[in-house]
Design a binder for this molecule. Structure first.
Ligand code: SF4
Ligand code: SF4
Length: 432
């Protein structure tokens, strides 16, 4: 039983990056010699990858812009950002026990893109094949889901997912014509849905030409959080434990909307991801990198040398993930990469909660985080969901940020939610 849904969010506190007055064009990190594509797989699929039972395997040639299935020809789930040859396929276990297949591709000459996307668009721009391609764009826009039943509200968001990134604000301002084209296409695909453009107040004046219902919000974290935006727009909280999509909402990032507009205009699939880099001297740089490019190659392009004890975080400072190797690739939804030198490593200690209540006061979902964490530390995940509103968490990371005992509260919450979801899946399959 969920005792409390999230309601009455507190005012946001932390300013996002802004792009007031414009940004220089992003640094193009160039064509990498090799890329890695990461595909999340289930535990059962992991063993298939390890047994080399994949369609994409060593020696298979891929064509830039072509779409491929990992396990069968029919399930198209991977677009090749480069032309080249698969050199290996392996698995990796990431945070919270999630499994990934890693497809390594050695890049060949750039050459012409695969004609498959153009053919799909020509046959039917709103057809299933076109939408499968468009769902692979930077930002991972849910075009396939949009064409199905049950979506009542689409949010086009110019707000950022986390601090220290400005990719959506840049994409909206610098790629306005493509953004409009993408937004018009989304409206055509979902004619009965409410399409709302959510953007920072300072950009509101630029929204007129887009022709959408607009909502301006303060450019403060966590106002860009998808669940909080849905609540703001609909006036009603998404039911605790339900995803945005299950509740009839979809969120498209500004970068994804502009990428869709460009894809329709040029009849080819953009494969470059915008990423904000935070360098060791705290400077930020916007780059445009081919999806799958290793992090090391991206920092090299802006003249930042990575050293052995540097700390890399994919994503922002509140919700990002530490990675252990600079070979980790940029994915279609990586908006930020942070590099700290060893002297600037974030604090993290194994101390005890002193019950100061700061996490409770800052939590936008008004959860009893101080009580919740006691249950989680003891592995009482079901009790955490039943009594302490675990499922109401909107995954903003503010509790970890504020905790005076520097407890990894957000990570504990994510681990618990992932474990409970996996347990549910196993129970459905009769495994528990
Ligand atoms: S991450 Fe922490 S602060 Fe954010 S909603 Fe969840 S419990 Fe609350
Ligand atoms: S902020 Fe940290 S120390 Fe304070 S009550 Fe929350 S968990 Fe405990």
């Amino acid at each position: 039983m969920i005792r409390r849904s999230f309601f009455g969010y507190l005012a946001a506190r932390l300013p996002y990056e802004t792009v007031q007055g414009g940004l220089p064009d992003p640094v193009d990190t160039g064509l990498p010699g090799g890329i890695t594509l990461q595909i999340q797989v289930g535990a059962d699929q992991k063993s298939l990858v390890n047994k080399k039972k994949t369609i994409l395997k060593k020696g298979v040639e891929v064509h830039r812009g072509g779409i491929y299935g990992l396990f069968d020809e029919e399930t198209k789930e991977i677009t090749a950002p480069v032309s080249g040859t698969v050199t290996s396929v392996e698995t990796r276990t990431g945070n919270y026990g999630r499994h990934f297949a890693l497809v390594h591709i050695e890049t060949s000459e750039e050459g012409d893109a695969s004609p498959a996307f153009t053919e799909a668009l020509t046959a039917d721009a709103k057809g299933a094949d076109s939408l499968t391609f468009l769902s692979q764009l930077p930002g991972r826009p849910a075009f396939k889901r949009l064409a199905e039943e049950g979506i009542h509200t689409v949010i086009l968001s110019v707000l950022e997912k986390d601090l220290l990134t400005n990719v959506n604000q840049y994409a909206f301002q610098a790629r306005k014509a493509d953004f409009k084209r993408g937004a018009d296409f989304i409206k055509e695909l979902a004619p009965t849905a409410r399409v709302v453009l959510a953007l920072p107040l300072y950009l509101e004046a630029e929204a007129k030409e887009i022709g959408c219902e607009t909502i301006g919000v303060k450019n403060l974290y966590p106002n860009g959080n998808p669940l909080l935006l849905a609540k703001r727009i609909s006036g009603k909280a998404v039911e605790a434990g339900k995803s945005l999509e299950e509740s009839g909402f979809l969120l498209f990032s500004a970068e994804a909307v502009a990428a869709a507009g460009k894809a329709l205009r040029t009849q080819s699939l953009p494969q470059e991801k915008l990423v904000t880099l935070s360098l060791k001297n705290k400077e930020t740089k916007l780059v445009s990198a081919r999806i799958g490019t290793p992090v090391a190659k991206i920092f090299e392009a802006v003249g930042e040398e990575l050293a052995e004890r540097d700390h890399l975080i994919l994503g922002g400072p509140l919700t990002g993930t530490s990675v252990y190797t600079s070979n980790m690739p940029v994915s279609a939804d990586t908006d930020a990469i942070i590099c700290h030198g060893p002297e600037n490593m974030p604090r993290l200690t194994e101390t005890y909660c002193i019950n100061c209540g700061k996490c409770v006061r800052i939590c936008p979902a008004h959860m009893p985080v101080n009580l919740l964490i006691r249950a989680l530390e003891n592995g009482l995940y079901e009790e955490a969901a039943e009594k302490y509103d675990l499922n109401s968490c909107v995954e903003c990371g503010l509790c970890s940020f504020i905790c005076v005992a520097t407890l990894p509260l957000f990570q504990q919450i994510m681990l618990a939610r992932h474990t409970l979801t996996e347990n549910e899946k196993r129970a459905e399959k009769g495994g528990l």
